[in-house]
Design a protein around this ligand. Structure first.
Ligand code: DGP
Length: 114
């Protein structure tokens, strides 16, 4: 999608700090980190929100979790713990309308979230 920030990052028209990549996903450092480790996992396919996924996207969703597990280990947060967040629509804090997961770690998190 031409006016989508994350599509611009995926196509490398916009530079950022890359963490890793698979055939379906990229992982980048969040520009405004909320924890010592704050990584965004982004499908290369443009899907606006979780409300827009279809059955054919189920494979991508599964791959996100496999990728997160791998990155958490590499970042050294797998044992202490980490949080995976998917904000859907403005009421939940979504500001970029290309689906993405926040992988947060390196500190203690409270529950319930704010
Ligand atoms: P959300 O609010 O859930 O839609 O998360 C969007 C995140 O994207 C937010 O934590 C900040 C991050 N972000 C916004 N613009 C950029 C950017 O240009 N580069 C990077 N690396 N992250 C960005």
């Amino acid at each position: 999608m031409s006016d989508c920030l994350f599509c611009g990052i995926i196509s490398k028209k916009i530079t950022t700090k890359y963490v890793g990549e698979t055939s379906e996903l990229i992982a980048i450092r969040d520009v405004n980190p909320q924890a010592p480790v704050h990584i965004l996992i982004i499908p290369k396919k443009h899907i606006s929100t979780l409300n827009d996924i279809t059955k054919e996207d189920c494979n991508i969703i599964g791959e996100v979790h496999m990728f997160v597990k791998e990155i958490a280990k590499k970042e050294g947060i797998a044992e202490d713990g980490y949080r995976l967040v998917l904000n859907t629509n403005r009421g939940a804090g979504q500001s970029v309308f290309h689906i993405h997961w926040h992988l947060l770690g390196g500190r203690v998190f409270n529950w319930p979230p704010g």
